[in-house]
Design a protein around this ligand. Structure first.
Ligand code: ZN
Length: 78
């Protein structure tokens, strides 16, 4: 079975320096040790690192999707 492996990582010093703009989902800065995932979302420019708890694993694509974006896609807002 060819499923994409969801990338789940922990913020280390190198990522902390690289991801200065912070989380694309909540806008907060990352902290050392934060669990993050590469996720697709409503932002422009492809997958970005966001906090793990702000993403859901999409069984269709096998990758992470930002929660708000995911519920929008499923057409279940509110
Ligand atoms: Zn976040």
């Amino acid at each position: 079975m060819a499923t994409a492996t969801p990338t789940k990582t922990i913020i280390d010093l190198e990522r902390l320096n690289r991801l200065k703009e912070g989380c694309a989902a909540c806008g907060h800065k990352f902290n050392l040790g934060d669990p993050v995932v590469m996720a697709c979302g409503a932002w422009e420019g492809g997958p970005r690192f966001i906090h793990e708890h702000e993403a859901v694993l999409d069984p269709l694509s096998g990758g992470y999707v930002e929660k708000r974006c995911y519920s929008t896609r499923r057409g279940r807002i509110g």
